[in-house]
Design a protein around this ligand. Structure first.
Ligand code: ACO
Length: 322
């Protein structure tokens, strides 16, 4: 049988950095409030004309370089995004073309901040079935385009960016225990009104802005994320407290700390990039993962837990051996 092994990772952040102090000039907020409540110190914002597919392409190119593979080696492109370039075609199709990939399938996944966990899980199923051989799984967002820059309750939280994994189908024996071991995906559509965009093709014909009842989302977060991580661990037959590393979706440092505490994880096992990136939605997990790889933290065979929670509400976790 086959295993889906992570062969390479990459990340891309737009050049422009917006600090908390800069935001405090636009809305009634302060560096102190933002840092204390969320852990965020700065975020990156895409340049005018810089599209989600541009970010996705750069992250994808870097992941392919890291894996040592070229465009002809990829036969599946999955992009998780809630901020596509166009209504259609999929941002994955546009990204595929920019990367010079001409084989196989390409499509988008929409599960907001849980998007990368959903996309990775779907790619894994395609790979272990033997239907596809090597996937480029990307989380890419330009949330700056859907923020209400007058709403201090949301505009301080998000940033733009993209992260990518190259995931390859490998014979189980050759994989030697490596690969995506399990995933756990959930959605409760009754909680749409906690976090949504008030525009779209068929409802309003406009793009709309992100609306969030932050404190209500916060209350759901720790329990739902813990449930997902325990669920993914149970499927793999692993005690969740034995993971080597925890790569959470980067929404709020207080949520990350709450989950880490519940699972008895030490601070030095938790990958946090929220201070520098803010919440980049579907991009946050692969971006954080990429930072940890660049820092030389992960060793071959390490057990790594990924988790996300976002609009839908959606939530999920994936467990992999690097
Ligand atoms: N600066 C200063 N004051 C602010 C700001 C700001 N940027 N934003 C809100 N406030 C004020 C509010 O107006 C409120 O004032 P009031 O008491 O006078 O009414 C006060 O701060 C407290 O507001 P709360 O919303 O209750 O603050 P809370 O402690 O909950 O922190 C936050 C807000 C940071 C948004 C938090 O709720 C949070 O992180 N929620 C989760 C967000 C999240 O995880 N989203 C999930 C994924 S995102 C996705 O899927 C796209």
């Amino acid at each position: 049988s086959l295993k889906a092994v992570v062969e390479g990772v990459g990340g891309y952040l737009p050049e422009r950095v917006v600090t908390n102090d800069e935001l405090a000039k636009r809305v009634d907020t302060s560096d102190e409030w933002i840092t204390e409540r969320t852990g965020i110190r700065q975020r990156h914002v895409a340049a005018e004309g810089q599209k989600t597919s541009d970010l996705a392409t750069e992250a994808g190119r870097r992941a392919m370089e890291h894996a040592g593979v070229g465009p002809d080696d990829i036969d599946l492109v999955v992009v998780a995004t809630a901020t596509p370039d166009l209504t259609f075609p999929a941002t994955a199709a546009i990204t595929q073309a920019k990367l010079g990939i001409t084989n196989g399938a390409a499509f988008d996944i929409q599960a907001v901040c849980t998007g990368f966990v959903y996309a990775l899980s779907i790619a894994e199923k395609f790979l272990v079935s033997g239907q596809h051989k090597r996937a480029l799984v990307i989380g890419a967002e330009t949330f700056s385009r859907i923020l209400d820059w007058e709403d201090r309750g949301t505009c301080v939280l998000f940033g733009d960016g993209a992260g990518a994994f190259v995931v390859t189908a490998v014979d189980e024996e050759e994989a030697g225990g490596r690969g995506i071991l399990s995933s756990y995906l959930r959605c409760d559509g009754r909680m749409t009104d906690l976090l949504y965009v008030d525009g779209g093709v068929s409802a309003t014909g406009t793009i709309g802005h992100l609306r969030m009842q932050g404190n209500k989302v916060f209350k759901e977060a720790v329990n739902k994320i813990s449930e997902a991580m325990e669920g993914a661990a149970a499927v793999a037959g692993i005690d969740p407290t034995t993971v080597d590393w925890f790569v959470p979706h980067q929404a709020n440092q207080r949520i990350i700390n709450g989950v880490a505490k519940k699972l008895d994880l030490r601070d030095d096992q938790v990958i946090s990039t929220i201070a520098m990136h803010g919440n980049t939605s579907a991009a946050s997990i692969p971006l954080a993962f990429n930072e940890a790889v660049k820092d030389g933290k992960f060793k071959r065979g390490d057990l790594i837990m990924l988790e996300g929670m976002g609009g839908g509400l959606t939530w999920g976790a994936a467990l992999l051996r690097y």
